[in-house]
Write a protein that binds this ligand. Structure first.
Ligand SMILES: *Cc1c(COP(=O)(O)O)cnc(C)c1O
Length: 423
C-alpha cells in the first residue's frame, strides 16, 4: 500500500468523505512561497495555508525561534506555572491590538478561541446576575469555526453545519452587510440590527462578527461604517461586541487588525491563524478589564483551561513571527500586493463566468457565477504550478506577504485562465 493509498483509506481531510475523497497531493517540503510535492513539482502557494503562513515556509528566523525554544522546554502546563514566551507574547498582543484590550487567554485553535470568547461573554452576564442575557446575535454568511458554540453562529444555511441544526443553540441572525468596503453606509443598513437589539437586548449577551472581512462564508469586504455602527448600537443596548479577527489579524486586510479600519475596540477579540506565522496551532482571546474584573469579582474564576494552554513552543514562534512582521515593510508590501491584485484580477470581471471581483489588502477574490468543481480546479491549477483551493463559487488567493510580483502574477494569470476555461 502506498502512502497515498493509506491516506485515502485511513485519514480524514477537512470536509471530505472517507468513501469518495478528493485527491490529495503529498508535500515533501516547503520553502519561501513554494510547496514541493513528492514528485518534485513546485507550486507557488496562493493560500498561505489558510491565511496563516504570512512569512512563507521555512523562514530562518522562525525556524531558529522554534529550535531555540525546543532546547529550553517544548511544553509545560500553564496551571500554576508561567514562562517567558507567554509573557512576551502577551505584552505584544496587549500593546498591538486596539486600545483597551488588556487580558489575554491563550488556547489551541481558532474555534477554541471563539468558544472562550462566548464563554467570557456569558460568564460576564452571569456574574452580574443577568443570566437571561444568554443569546448571541450575529450576521448571516459568517464563519466562526467548527466546534459547537462556534457552529451555532456560522451562517445557518451556507455555514456547512446545517446538518446539526437540531442540536445547535438557536442564536439570532441579521442580514449580512451589503455596502462594500470603502463606501459610506446608507443609514437604513443598520435598521434591522437596531430593531433586533431593541426587541431582544435583554436576552442577548453579545454580538459576534468578523470585522470588515466576512471570510470562509462569503469572502466579502464590507463598509467600515457598518462596524462603527455596530459598536455604537452594542453600547446603546448594553450588549458586548466580540470581533473574530482569526482570519484578518496581523495585516491581511491592510491594517494590523481589521477593527482599525473603523477605529473601534471590541469588548472581546479572537486571534488565531497567522498568530504563529503558520508554524504551530495557537490562538488568543483578549478582553477588556471591565469583563475580566466582573468575572473575577467576589472570588470568581473564569471556567476554562486547556491542557496545552500557552504552549511555549507556539508562543515563542508567535513572538518571533510578530516581531518579524513589525520589522518588515509589511504595509508597503500589502499595498503593493493589493495594487497588483486589483490590476491583474480586474480583467476577470469581463468574463461571462465571473460575477464579481473583489480585492482588499492581500486578499483577492474572483466570484464565479456557478460553483466550481474542486477536483477539476485543483488539477487545472497544479498543471500551471500554483496552489489554489476554491470553494463554492469563490476562487480566491491570500498569499504570503513576501511574495515577489512575478510569482503573484503567476497566480493571477492562473485564475484568469481558469475563469476563461469555465463556460
Ligand atoms: C479559520 C477561522 C476560524 C476557526 O479557526 P480554526 O483554527 O480553524 O479552528 C474562526 N473564525 C474565522 C473568521 C476563521 O477564518
Amino acid at each position: 500500500m502506498t502512502d497515498l493509498d493509506f491516506d485515502k483509506h485511513h485519514l480524514w481531510h477537512p470536509y471530505t468523505s472517507m468513501q469518495n475523497p478528493l485527491p490529495v497531493q503529498a508535500v515533501s517540503h516547503a520553502e519561501g512561497v513554494r510547496l514541493f510535492l513528492e514528485d518534485g513539482t513546485a507550486l507557488i502557494d496562493g493560500m498561505a495555508s489558510w491565511w496563516s503562513a504570512i512569512h512563507g515556509y521555512g523562514h530562518p528566523i522562525l525556524d531558529a525561534a522554534a529550535k531555540a525554544q525546543i532546547d529550553k522546554v517544548s511544553h509545560v502546563m500553564f496551571g500554576g506555572l508561567t514562562h517567558e514566551p507567554a509573557v512576551e507574547l502577551g505584552k505584544l498582543l496587549v500593546h498591538l491590538t486596539p486600545r483597551g484590550l488588556e487580558q489575554v487567554f491563550f488556547s489551541d485553535s481558532g474555534s477554541v478561541s471563539i468558544e472562550v470568547a462566548i464563554k467570557l461573554a456569558l460568564q460576564y452576564w452571569i456574574s452580574l446576575g443577568r443570566s437571561q442575557k444568554s443569546k448571541l446575535l450575529t450576521l448571516r454568511k459568517g464563519y466562526h469555526g467548527d466546534t459547537f458554540a462556534a457552529m451555532s453562529v456560522c451562517d445557518p444555511v451556507t455555514g456547512m453545519h446545517h446538518l446539526f441544526k437540531e442540536v445547535l443553540t438557536k442564536q439570532i441572525f441579521v442580514s449580512e452587510p451589503q455596502t462594500p468596503f470603502g463606501q459610506p453606509l446608507p443609514a437604513q443598513e443598520l435598521d434591522e440590527l437596531r430593531a433586533t437589539l431593541a426587541a431582544h437586548h435583554s436576552s442577548i449577551a453579545a454580538v459576534i462578527l468578523e470585522p470588515v472581512v466576512q471570510g470562509a462564508g462569503r469572502m466579502y469586504f464590507y463598509s467600515a461604517d457598518y462596524l462603527c455602527g455596530v459598536r455604537a448600537l452594542c453600547d446603546e443596548f448594553g450588549v458586548l461586541l466580540i470581533a473574530d479577527e482569526i482570519a484578518t489579524g496581523f495585516g491581511r486586510s491592510g491594517k494590523l487588525f481589521a477593527c482599525e479600519h473603523a477605529g473601534i475596540t471590541p469588548d472581546i477579540l479572537c486571534l488565531g491563524k497567522a498568530l504563529t506565522g503558520g508554524y504551530l496551532t495557537l490562538a488568543a482571546t483578549l478582553c477588556t478589564p471591565r469583563i475580566s474584573s466582573v468575572i473575577s469579582q467576589d472570588g470568581g474564576v473564569f471556567m476554562h483551561g486547556p491542557t496545552f494552554m500557552a504552549n511555549p513552543l507556539a508562543c515563542a514562534v508567535a513572538v518571533a513571527s510578530i516581531k518579524l512582521l513589525l520589522q518588515s515593510p509589511w504595509q508597503q508590501r500589502i499595498t503593493g500586493i493589493e495594487a497588483q491584485l486589483q490590476r491583474e484580477l480586474e480583467p476577470c470581471r469581463h468574463l461571462a463566468s465571473v460575477r464579481d471581483v473583489r480585492v482588499l489588502g492581500a486578499i483577492g477574490v474572483v466570484e464565479m457565477r456557478e460553483a466550481v468543481d474542486m477536483a477539476t480546479a485543483q488539477r487545472f491549477f497544479i498543471e500551471r504550478g500554483v496552489w489554489l483551493r476554491p470553494f463554492g463559487r469563490l476562487v480566491y488567493l491570500m498569499p504570503p506577504y513576501l511574495i515577489e510580483p512575478a510569482d503573484l502574477q503567476h497566480l493571477t494569470q492562473a485564475i484568469h485562465q481558469f475563469a476563461q476555461s469555465v463556460r
